[in-house]
Design a protein around this ligand. Structure first.
Ligand SMILES: NC(=O)c1ccc[n+]([C@@H]2O[C@H](COP(=O)([O-])OP(=O)(O)OC[C@H]3O[C@@H](n4cnc5c(N)ncnc54)[C@H](O)[C@@H]3O)[C@@H](O)[C@H]2O)c1
Length: 315
C-alpha cells in the first residue's frame, strides 16, 4: 500500500503511545481512523491531537473495547461499519498490549493471563473481528505488533519475562504463517509484523496500573533495578514514587520516540515489508540472536547484547 490517503485504518490501543502516534500520522496523510482502547480519556486526547493536524475529510472515531474480550472486538467492528458507513477497512493495526506476568513459576496466574490475553488474544481476536472487512476492501494490510521479545525471550539476567515473550512469539509466528494464507486466499491483503526495541511510551505505567496492588512492590523491585531497590520493604507512598520514577525513566531513556516508531512502521507498510524492526537496538539484537542462536540465553550473550543496547535495555 503506497498511499494512505482516502483509506480507513483501525488501530487497537490508540489511546497512548505508538497507537496515538499512528493515529496522528495517518490522519495527517488523509486516512480516516477508528481507534479502540480501555481508556476513554486517553482516546479523547488522541482524537483532539489527531484532528488538529488532520487532512480534509478525515473522520476519527473512538470506541471503548478490551482487546482480550472477543465480543468487545466484534462490537468494535460493528461500530466501525456503522460510524464510517462502510463494510470495508484498509488497515488493521493490532497494537494494544501490556507487559507483566513475568514469572510462570512463581507469579500470579491472573497477571500472566492478563498479559497473554492482551498481547496474543488481542491480536488474534482483532484479526478474527476485522477479517471480513479486510476481505471486502480492494486493498488491505494487517500490521501486528510483536516485539524484540518476539524473537528473543529475555529481559536480561535475573528477570523472568514469560507471558509477554510467549505472546509476542505467538504474534510473530501467526503473522508469518498468514503471509502464505493471505497470498493464497486473499492476495489483496498484505501483512507485516512489527518488532520494536525500546520505545518511549507509557507501557510501563500502563502495565503497572494493570497489576494487583499486593504484587506491585515485588514487580517494581524486579523490573525497576536501582530505581526501585528496596521496594519490597517500602511503604505505599514510596512504592508509588518508585513506580513514577521507573515509568518516567523508561519513557525518557528510550532511544526511539513513539512518533519515530510510528513513522518507521508506516514506511515499512509503504515499502511492503513483512518484518519491520523498529529502532537501532532492535536491529542489533536481531543480528546478534540470528548470528549466535545457540548462545541466545547464555549469561554472556545476554550481557553482550545488553551492553550493545545501552542502559535502557529492551522492553
Ligand atoms: N514501548 C516499547 O518499548 C515496546 C517495545 C516492543 C513492543 N511494544 C508493543 O507496542 C505496542 C504498543 O505499546 P506502547 O509501548 O505504545 O504502550 P502504551 O501503554 O503507551 O500504549 C498502549 C495502549 O494500549 C491500550 N491497551 C492496553 N491494554 C489494552 C486492552 N486490553 N484493550 C485495549 N487497549 C489496551 C493502553 O490503554 C494504551 O493506550 C504493545 O503491543 C507493546 O507490547 C512496545
Amino acid at each position: 500500500m503506497k498511499d494512505f490517503s482516502g483509506k480507513l485504518a483501525v488501530i487497537t490501543g490508540g489511546g497512548m503511545g505508538m497507537g496515538r502516534e499512528l493515529t496522528r500520522q495517518l490522519a495527517a496523510e488523509g486516512c480516516s481512523v477508528a481507534i479502540c482502547d480501555l481508556s476513554r480519556d486517553a482516546m479523547a486526547e488522541t482524537h483532539a491531537l489527531a484532528l488538529e493536524g488532520a487532512a480534509a475529510n478525515v473522520k476519527i472515531t473512538t470506541h471503548e473495547a478490551n482487546v482480550s474480550v472477543e465480543e468487545q472486538l466484534m462490537s468494535f467492528a460493528r461500530e466501525v461499519g456503522e460510524q464510517h458507513g462502510t463494510d470495508a477497512i484498509n488497515l488493521l493495526f493490532n497494537n494494544a498490549g501490556i507487559a507483566g506476568g513475568g514469572s510462570f513459576v512463581a507469579g500470579s496466574r491472573d497477571e500472566w493471563e492478563r498479559t497473554f490475553g492482551a498481547c496474543w488474544f488481542g491480536v488474534y481476536y482483532g484479526c478474527r473481528a476485522f477479517m471480513p472487512m479486510l476481505l471486502n476492501s480492494t486493498e488491505g494490510h494487517i500490521i501486528n505488533t510483536s516485539s524484540i521479545n518476539g524473537f528473543w525471550a529475555s529481559m536480561g539476567p535475573g528477570v523472568p519475562h514469560t507471558a509477554y515473550c510467549a505472546a509476542k512469539f505467538a504474534v510473530k509466528g501467526f503473522s508469518e504463517a498468514l503471509i502464505e494464507d493471505l497470498r493464497v486466499n486473499a492476495p489483496h491483503v498484505g501483512i507485516s509484523v512489527v518488532m520494536p526495541g525500546h520505545i518511549g511510551t507509557e507501557i510501563v505505567a500502563n502495565t503497572i496500573a494493570n497489576q494487583s496492588p499486593d504484587t506491585l512492590p515485588g514487580l517494581i523491585e524486579n523490573q525497576g533495578g536501582v530505581l526501585a531497590a528496596g521496594a519490597a520493604d517500602a511503604g505505599a507512598d514510596e512504592v508509588a514514587e518508585m513506580i513514577e520514577a521507573f515509568a518516567t525513566h523508561f519513557r525518557e531513556s528510550a532511544p526511539t520516540s513513539a512518533a519515530e516508531a510510528a513513522k518507521i512502521m508506516l514506511e515499512g507498510v509503504r515499502e511492503g515489508r513483512w518484518r519491520i524492526l523498529v529502532g537501532e537496538d532492535a536491529d542489533i539484537l536481531d543480528r546478534e540472536v540470528r548470528s549466535r542462536p545457540e548462545d541466545a540465553y547464555d549469561g554472556s550473550m545476554v550481557q553482550h547484547v545488553a551492553s550493545l543496547l545501552g542502559p535502557g535495555g529492551p522492553e
